[in-house]
Structures are given as C-alpha cells and as structure tokens.
Design a protein around this ligand. Structure first.
Ligand code: AMP
Ligand code: GLY
Length: 421
C-alpha cells in the first residue's frame, strides 16, 4: 500500500514508525514531515491545510490510505476532500472534528447527553461574561476560548481580576483571533488527569492503553502550558474500575451522542479526563491522536495499525482484536530554550546517529531539519525521547539515559516526567 501521512510532529513520526512495521506498507510519504521523518518516509512539500494539492498528490501517486493527524486540517475538512475524491482516509469528517474545534459544541453535547463534565456557561458578549464571573465570585475559575488555539486557549484564573483580564484578552483583544468570538467559563475541577485515546468507527469504541501528559513547561508543574513536555503509559491513576466507569458513562455515550447529532465520528477520539472526587469527568475532547501521547501509546500497540485504520474506515472495528504489549513506556520531550514563548531555530543537535536515534531509545522527531547529514532544531518541541520497558521506573531510566546523550544549545526538558501527579 502507498500511504500518505499528513502532519509534521512527533506524533506523526510515531505513527510513521508504527505504520512501517506493517507488511502491508510498501511506500510511505509524509506532508510536510520533518528532518527525522525524512529518514523514514519520503517528504512531500505540501502544507497541511492545502486540500487541493494534497488530494492531487494522492491521486497522482496512487495513495491507498491517507492519514490526517493534526487538528486544523481535520477541522477544515481534509478527510471530506479525500472522501469526495474516492481516496480512503483515516480521521473524522469536519462535522465530527467539531468535537475538538468548538468547545461550545462539545460542552453543549455533554450537557444534552448527560456526559460528566465541569459545570459551565457560554458567552458571546464580554460584558455578560464579566458580570457572570463577578456574580459567581468563585476562584479558581476556568476561561476557555471556543476554537482551536494551539492548546493555549485555556486560562485558569486564580483571582477574579485575572479572569476578567482573560475574558478581555480573548474576546476584545482577540488574542486567539476568531477562536475567541465565544467563550466557555467553567468550574475548576481537581484530581489526576488521564488521556485515553480510542479507535472508533462510529459503531464501536476501542480504547487504547491509557497515558498521562505533563503539560507545564517546567518541573513541579511550573511555567506555562505547552503542547506537552512528556508522557507515560499506562497512567497509574487509571484503574480497571475507572476504565469500566469511563466506558459506560463517557466513551459509549459520546459515540452515541455524535451519531444522534448526525455527526458519526470515525478515527481516533481523544478523551482528556480528570478523575475528580465525584468520578471521572471530561476536560476536553480531541479529534486525533494526542502529542506526545501517541509517542507512548503507539510503541505498545501489537496489532497492525494499517489493519486497524482499514477496519475503522470500513466500519468493521468490532471484527478486529486489538492487542497491546504489557509493560510501560515513557517519553521525555527535549524543547528549544524559551519554548513555549519565543525560541531560536537552526541549532545543531549532537548525539544522534545518522537516522536520528540513540542507543536504548526511540527518538521521535518533532521539530528538526536534516541537512548534509546533520540534524538542526526547527521548532519549539524538538525531540520526544522514548523508551519501553517492563516497568515504568525502567522505562523512565532508559529514556532519561538517552536524553543525557543528546545535546543542543539551550535544550530544556523536564526531570520529573512520570514522577508527579
Ligand atoms: P484543555 O485544552 O481543555 O485540555 O485544557 C488545558 C489544561 O487546563 C487541562 O489539561 C487541564 O490541566 C486544565 N483544565 C482545563 N479545564 C479545567 C477545569 N475545568 N478544571 C481544572 N483544570 C482544567
Ligand atoms: N498532549 C495534548 C494534546 O495533544 O492535545
């Protein structure tokens, strides 16, 4: 099969490495990809949002399977464009990807179908939002931009003044552009967070092994929120009992709710959960694999990923038995100095071999460039250094051992991945 991956991060590199394990995969392309991915797949210079050229390339190169990994092209209807051209594509249609692209949509969906989530109100007017915040007078309070905002559209305000400033910056200063035309103000929940990615063909839902993301930039959960600085799988807080409760109160009801709304979801649905004292609740949905969750979940997948993608597309997911390796995986993200704020690019990376790997670990490239046999930084999150082992402690030891061998000026990473709540 000729397969086209769409995207350019560590998640896409992890998907590519898993697809390469399939005997069905004969030729793999990635648009646009990155330096590390160029060692595993043929790069194609097409922007992830360019539907017309993406479909044209797929037709001209006899693509048998297109995999749309990032949120923006999914929300913009990249899978719809492939469908219209008769090209098989993995990922939800735009009318289902809205479950991530609009928090107003997903919150209203959960309310309508009694899926547990934080209490909330929606506003399209900043004055009304501010009046509400002052009248409720509880802190912390969570202010969220409706639309996609690179994972940065959520503000946890510790004081009423901070919440008012958040409303103004989102709705009046348009910090996230049109994503902030509407906002959600919601109750602050507490408890450990769990990421559960699930395959679904719109009929049945098969959760993958659980994971835990560390979103803050620095140790002890200090610093700004990032796309994710590291992950472990399994998530120690996700017991079998909680998994069963989630299946009955969250996973199945969400799939059914999307069907009832005439928006069947096919692809990977990501449940961002919080295990609160009142039970598991949904913090957010994503319409795709998480990054860096994919980097610890996929290495544990035993079943052929191509077979799973085909079963999802053909709505035959219930026929396939998905198997996982026991043990654990850990991923430590090495980021550019300054990330998630401004950072330099083009800094040489030392310690990788010619395929961008190091002994004892799999290195997924997130933001790198490959030129004349050398790797250079080319993004905020640069590498996801990942290891698997029988226990989480051993996986972490191996991953950190590999991180120590890699050097680039300004590199920063968290030292407490898998170690704190
Ligand atoms: P989101 O983009 O919706 O996943 O939010 C980013 C992060 O903000 C989450 O991973 C949580 O750590 C935090 N967060 C979001 N909503 C809430 C909430 N209602 N209560 C507490 N923390 C939250
Ligand atoms: N790691 C969180 C996300 O992919 O949204």
């Amino acid at each position: 099969m000729n397969i086209l991956m769409i995207g350019s991060g560590g998640r896409e590199h992890a998907l590519i490495k898993k697809l390469l394990e399939s005997p069905k995969c004969t030729k793999l392309y990635c648009a646009p990809g990155n330096g590390g991915i160029s060692r595993d797949a043929q790069l194609v210079d097409i922007d992830v949002m360019d539907k017309e050229n993406m479909v044209k390339f797929a037709k001209e190169n006899n693509i048998d399977l297109a995999f749309v990994a990032p949120d923006d092209p999914l929300a913009a209807g990249m899978v719809d464009a492939f469908d219209a051209a008769g090209i098989r594509a993995f990922g939800p249609n735009a009318n289902a990807a809205v479950i991530e692209a609009s928090k107003v949509f997903s919150k209203n969906l959960m309310k309508k179908y009694n899926i547990p989530t934080a209490k909330y109100e929606v506003f399209d007017n900043p004055h009304k939002a501010i009046e509400y915040i002052k009248a409720e007078n509880t802190t912390p309070v969570v202010v969220k931009a409706d639309g996609l905002a690179l994972g940065k559209g959520v503000i946890i305000a510790q004081t009423i003044d901070e919440a008012v400033d958040a409303v103004k910056s989102i709705m009046e200063d348009k910090k996230f552009g049109d994503s902030g035309n509407n906002i959600v103000i919601e109750e602050f929940l507490t408890g450990p967070e769990v990421s559960v990615l699930a395959f679904t063909d719109g009929k049945c839902v098969k959760p993958m092994v659980s994971s835990k993301d560390h979103k803050r930039a620095y140790d002890n959960d200090e610093g700004l929120n990032t796309g994710g600085m590291g992950t472990v799988s399994p998530n120690p807080y996700y017991t079998d009992e909680i998994a069963e409760e989630c299946m009955n109160t969250i996973f199945k009801p969400t799939i059914e709710a999307m069907n009832k709304e005439g928006r069947p979801f096919k692809g990977c649905l990501y449940f961002g959960l919080m295990i609160t004292p009142d039970g598991p609740k949904v913090i957010e949905y994503n319409a795709r694999f998480g990054d860096p969750e994919a980097q610890v979940v996929l290495p544990r997948l035993k079943t052929d990923l191509v077979d799973i993608c085909e079963a999802v597309i053909d709505e035959k997911l219930s026929d396939i038995n998905i198997e996982w390796y026991d043990g654990a995986a850990a991923c430590v993200v090495m980021a550019s100095g300054g990330y998630p704020l401004s950072y330099k690019k083009g800094i040489e990376i030392f310690g990788l071999d010619e395929n961008g790997q190091v002994d004892g670990a799999t290195v997924y490239h997130a933001g790198t460039k490959y030129e004349n046999g050398k790797f250079y930084t080319n993004g905020g999150r640069v590498l996801g250094v990942t290891a698997t082992a029988p226990t989480l402690d051993e996986a972490l030891k191996k991953a950190y051992g590999a991180v120590d061998k890699i050097k680039f000026e300004g590199a920063h990473f968290r030292h407490d991945i898998g170690r704190i709540k």
